[in-house]
Design a protein around this ligand. Structure first.
Ligand code: ZN
Length: 443
């Protein structure tokens, strides 16, 4: 970044748009500023919500001006905070006032297509709700690089606390590791808040330094504030989420065609997501074979399958997995002709791009009979049930490995690939599953 010509020389494609994704308070704006500072280039900032209440045409004009100014000053960085405020998917709910946002969004898309990144202009944007963005924003040549800016793990929290603690006087025996252990799920801004609150408490009590007592109380106060905003997990919920995520991770590692696991986390992130499993490579795929889709479906089922296996019960935590799996299964049957019963035929017309399956569109119009509709429903249900059963079988076969990963997650909250791979190295596909796969490949 500091030297665009070096990258050009290496033949690397310079990104036009970089999207920072992460919960509020994790320092996305600071990161963008730091990039501009590091590259020693001007920084232009704009906030999505500023455009919400504008007269029609004003937002688009401001976007145009901003890009004009930036191109004159290039190399430089444009940063758009709260991209979701202008970048919400178009055509969702038609009401007055949407015109303005749509015009602004169209102008942004046009500007992003118009400039040449070799001149050193890079657009960065931040959002905590990537799922509602208009897919057009995420296409190649626009915001096609995604950087996850996450809540810190326990070591990260300790480091952040150390930075903020420099501004206050701490009691000499104070152990910031203990404070870090008390604050799972806290973002940088919240940790800053804890230190600040503790310093105020110490001052009010006329103490000469901040002690563990004030810090503990400050943590409780911040937690109380957070609990109003979002629920935090209790121990049992944490155990369920740890097994759920380990189920996804183990299947992703063991199945033949799936991407390796990059990172598993049980730190709450975003709306509704209690944990997540991130697989590599983080890239778009345009052609997938049936076995790959079948394996992906099985990975999606892994969370619920692990809950079933270890707790004998299922929870609401698999909602997003099930939505994605159902979307994918329906597409396989209706659009991709991958059902043996329905045969190699597409039953769809019209399209809407999928969030989950790159390069594949979703049918908007049904062009088949009632009888076919019934067969489709049955095929989709069968496919999903088979994948769920397959997930349960594979996890059961590797129960010990799953439990070991879940235990590690419960203590460390975030586990990266370097530690996952050796831990799951002995995990295997059950014999009957290998035979079934061989069977499938013959037909
Ligand atoms: Zn899941």
């Amino acid at each position: 970044m500091a030297n665009p010509s070096k990258f050009r020389h290496l033949g690397a494609r310079i990104p036009k748009g970089v999207l920072l994704v992460g919960p509020p308070g994790t320092g996305k704006t600071l990161l963008a500023r730091a990039v501009a500072g590091e590259a020693n280039v001007p920084f232009f900032q704009l906030t999505g919500s500023d455009f919400v209440e504008m007269f029609v045409g004003v937002g688009a004009a401001r976007v145009r001006d901003l890009f004009q100014q930036a191109q004159d000053k290039a190399p430089c960085i444009i940063f758009i905070d709260e991209l979701d405020a202008i970048g919400k998917a178009r055509g969702v709910g038609v009401m007055a006032g949407h015109d303005e946002r749509e015009q602004t969004l169209n102008q942004l898309l046009a500007e992003m297509d118009g400039f040449d990144p070799r001149r050193g202009l890079i657009v960065m944007a931040a959002t905590n709700r990537p799922e509602i963005l208009d897919p057009a924003l995420l296409r190649p040549g626009r915001f096609d690089r995604h950087v996850v800016v996450d809540r810190p793990d326990v070591r990260g929290r300790e480091a952040i606390l150390r930075v903020h603690a420099k501004m206050v006087k701490l009691a000499p025996d104070l152990d910031l590791r203990r404070v870090a252990a008390l604050t799972p799920g806290f973002a940088g801004a919240e940790l800053a808040n804890v230190v600040n609150e503790a310093a105020l408490l110490a001052a009010r009590r006329q103490k000469s330094a901040v002690t563990m007592e004030e810090l503990t109380e400050a943590v409780e106060r911040v937690v109380a504030g957070l609990e109003k905003k979002s629920r935090r997990m209790n121990d049992r919920e944490k155990r369920i989420v740890a097994h759920h995520e380990s189920g996804h991770a183990l299947l992703a590692e063991v199945l033949p065609t799936t991407d390796r696991v990059h990172k598993v986390s049980i730190l709450p992130r975003g709306l509704g997501a209690l944990g997540y499993t991130m697989q590599l490579p983080f890239e778009d795929r345009y052609l997938l074979q049936r076995q790959e889709l079948y394996d992906r479906l099985t990975v999606l089922m892994g969370g619920r399958a692990a809950e079933q296996l270890f707790f004998g019960e299922i929870s609401t935590g698999a909602q997003d997995d099930l939505e994605r799996a159902t979307d994918m299964a329906r597409r396989m049957v209706v659009q991709l002709g991958m059902s043996e019963v329905l045969g190699p035929q597409s039953y769809s017309r019209g399209e809407r791009e999928s969030r989950f399956l790159p390069g594949v569109a979703f049918p908007t119009e049904r062009v088949y009979s009632e009888e076919t509709a019934e067969m489709v429903d049955k095929e989709v249900a069968d496919l999903l049930r088979r994948c769920f059963y397959r997930a349960v079988q594979i996890l059961e076969h590797n129960r010990g490995h799953l439990a070991a990963l879940a235990d590690l997650l419960l203590t460390d909250e975030v586990v990266e690939s370097e530690r996952i791979a050796p831990l799951l190295a002995g995990a295997k596909m059950p014999q009957e599953e290998l035979e079934a796969a061989a069977e499938r490949s013959v037909h």
